[in-house]
Each structure stands twice: as C-alpha cells, then as structure tokens.
Design a protein around this ligand. Sequence first.
Ligand SMILES: Cc1cc2nc3c(=O)[nH]c(=O)nc-3n(C[C@H](O)[C@H](O)[C@H](O)COP(=O)(O)O)c2cc1C
Length: 314
Amino acid sequence: MKKVLVLYYSQTGQLTEVVKSFAAPLEADENVELVYQAIEPKKAFPFPWGKVAFFDIFPESVYMDGCEIKPFEKVKEDDDFDLVILAYTIWFLSPSLPISGFLNSKYAKLLSNKPVVTLIACRNMWIMAQEKMKKKFTQLNATLIDNVVLTDQGGNLATFITTPRWMWTGKKNGFWGLPKSGVHPDEIKKCSRFGKALSDALAKDLEKEKTSLLHGLEAVKVDNRLVGTEKIATKSFNIWGGLIRKVGTTGDKARLPVLFLYFLFLLSLIVIIVPLNVIVKPIFRKLNHKKVDKERAYFEEPSGASSERLKEYN
Ligand SMILES: Cc1cc2nc3c(=O)[nH]c(=O)nc-3n(C[C@H](O)[C@H](O)[C@H](O)COP(=O)(O)O)c2cc1C
C-alpha cells in the first residue's frame, strides 16, 4: 500500500477542483492510501478582494513571510508518505501566503526526503514562484520530481482583465467578447491523466527513483514571452516590497502612501514597458533563440511539455 499526501490551499475553490480531478484516479486505486490535507490560514483572506487589501499583501507574498496556518487535522508533522503532491496558486509571482505559511511551519517537514509533485493553477505567471519553491525544496531536502501547471483561459491580454476582475468582484462570467475567468473546465477535467500516470508509476515503485513520472503528458508549457516580464516584475516587487515592509506590516495605514506610489509605478510600467516589450522582445528572442530555448527547457523541467504519452493516458 502506497501512502500519498495531497496538500493544497484554494481561496475560491478552483484549485480544490483541480486537485480533486488530478487525484481522482489515485482515490480509486485500492493500492493507494490518499490523504487530502487542506492548508488553511488562521485568518481567512477576503474574497472578493478590496483593492487595498489585494495590494497590501504583495510585500509579504514576495518575501514569502507566510501567514499563520491552522493545525492540520489529518496528518502529524512526522507522518511518513511515499509521495507528496503540493498544489498551490500564485500571488504576486510567489507562492500564496498560506503556502509560504506552510513552508515556514513545522509541517514543512512532511516534504523532507520525499519525492514531491507540484500542481499549480494560476493566471499565467508562475515561473518565478516555482523558482522560489525549488529553493525551499533544496533547504528541506525534498526532491521535485514533477510540476503540472494549469493557466486561466484566454490570452495574456484577456486574462490581464478577466483574472483581476474575478479577484476584485467575484464575477467569473465572460463579457465584451472576453472569455470566462479561471482555468477552462475541460482542462480541469483532463488533468486526471496525471493521477492515472501516478497510479501506474506507484504500482511499479517508480517514485523511489525520484525522477519524473509525468513526462510526455503536456504537464507544463512555458510561454517565452512572459519570462522577461516575470523577471522585470520580480525585480520591482523586491525593491518596492522591501521598502513597504520597512514602513509597516500588513494593514498598517502608514503603508498606504507608498502602496499608492507603487500602484502608479506599476501603471506606468504597464503603459510604457509592456508595449515596448511586445515590439522589442520578439526581435531579441529571434537573435538569441538558442539561449531562449535552453531557458524554456529549464523552466519546463522536470516534467516537460512533450506529449508522447498522451494517447496512453487520455
Ligand atoms: C493576491 C493575488 C495575487 C495573484 N497574483 C498572481 C500572479 O502573480 N500570477 C498569476 O498567474 N496569478 C495570480 N493570481 C491568481 C491566482 O494564482 C489564482 O489563479 C486565483 O487566486 C484563484 O485561485 P484559488 O483556487 O485559490 O481560488 C493572484 C491572485 C491573488 C488573489
């Protein structure tokens, strides 16, 4: 009997749906004991988000300060699992605060010396967050064996409107020709292929090899165009986040003027840098295509974007 732990935090329930679809084949597998453990903040975050509350958590998200989390009900910190699935969403190009709270807590030990699969559902910018996650895994001596990423439906421009609208109003409907917000339901349904592949791999003890079990299943696709944006945004988040953290803690009124300044900076960045990026970056990418391809392959590790096993698992 294999023991698999699924850890997740979802605010609106979308990631919970993804997790349930992903893990359904493992739940049906008699040879697997599956434990779902939700990570819950002691103080729930507001939803829909007020604009100030939304931006006010960005410094702590970026610096992975985390928040206090409720004690786990189903597992103790020294329980032993054959495989851990850690499902998380992205807040400001970083793991969400409850996930950082978990990583900073005594429960992070659950990952130590274990093969870990990360499962992400977000708008479309997750690369820098996953880099931060990799550093934490190294500190915990956990082995990242796979990463699966689901992103919101619609292109970069559409989700730039639909995702924040969903977060700030709670509305998910499509409007003005834009698609609904969130991950497409078909994508959520289809991610059970990963659970099937894991179930087969566990039956063969393959998790012990600590290498990818989900390759060839289109687990992750890096959009080259977003890598540069994520890098620039992370730099600005670090500088401004550090400054705002010095002024006070979340909820502190003294932070408001600096937060407002940052908001103006962000707006100007979007108005000036983003269009410039659209014109200049494709030329740069063409000239440096070898470097760009290498970088994409690195960010797509360990599961990769290839599809050779899709027939077997669809
Ligand atoms: C405060 C906040 C910041 C976010 N920042 C990002 C981001 O940097 N990149 C991204 O792709 N999605 C971002 N999102 C979207 C989330 O990753 C996620 O898709 C959304 O919160 C729904 O997840 P849920 O299952 O927890 O409800 C952000 C959401 C929130 C609430």
